[in-house]
Design a protein around this ligand. Structure first.
Ligand code: AMP
Length: 150
């Protein structure tokens, strides 16, 4: 069986992300392209419909840009740990599952590697991002067990 040559690794930049990247590297073919993707969700999405006119919304753009810079730095540190080229590290913007599917399709990825849980989903069998990615994927998906108690 041919190994996977183009792999998308989705990370939420929590401390478990290294485990997900490590698993992707273990199953990748010798010259595989591994792309690590973090999707930054727009902050106003979180509160829209709750306090849409709040004064707190002015200045969100600056806060979001600052957050984006810090997330990029974390992603670069993660990439360096696994010797990944900086042009294979991506911060995308939007809804995580939607952006992950779009990136995988546009870049002809044969496999998406994702954690079973992120920092939001430990109480679930499968986190909500992982669940959405699995359902709409046009390629194979590997969910790496996070928090396993074997
Ligand atoms: P969750 O479903 O949110 O508990 O997270 C499960 C897995 O989805 C994480 O371990 C990551 O692999 C991935 N994931 C969660 N949030 C993001 C995000 N914002 N960007 C990219 N991948 C994510």
């Amino acid at each position: 069986m041919a190994t996977y040559q183009r792999i998308l690794v989705a990370v939420d930049l929590s401390s478990e992300s290294a485990l997900v990247v490590q698993k992707a590297q273990l199953i990748a073919g010798p010259n595989a392209d591994i792309h690590v993707v973090y999707v930054q969700e727009p902050m106003d999405n979180v509160y829209v419909g709750i306090v849409p006119q709040s004064a707190a919304f002015s200045g969100l753009g600056d806060l979001e840009a600052q957050l984006g810079k810090e997330l990029k730095e974390k992603l670069i540190v993660l990439g360096e740990k696994f010797k990944l080229s900086p042009d294979h590290l991506h911060i995308l913007h939007g809804s995580p599952a939607h952006e992950i599917h779009r990136f995988a399709k546009d870049n002809k990825c044969q496999l998406i590697v994702i954690g079973t849980h992120g920092q939001k989903g430990l109480q679930l069998l499968l986190g909500s991002t992982a669940n959405s990615v699995l359902h709409g994927a046009g390629c194979d998906v590997l969910s790496v067990r996070i928090g396993a108690t074997l």
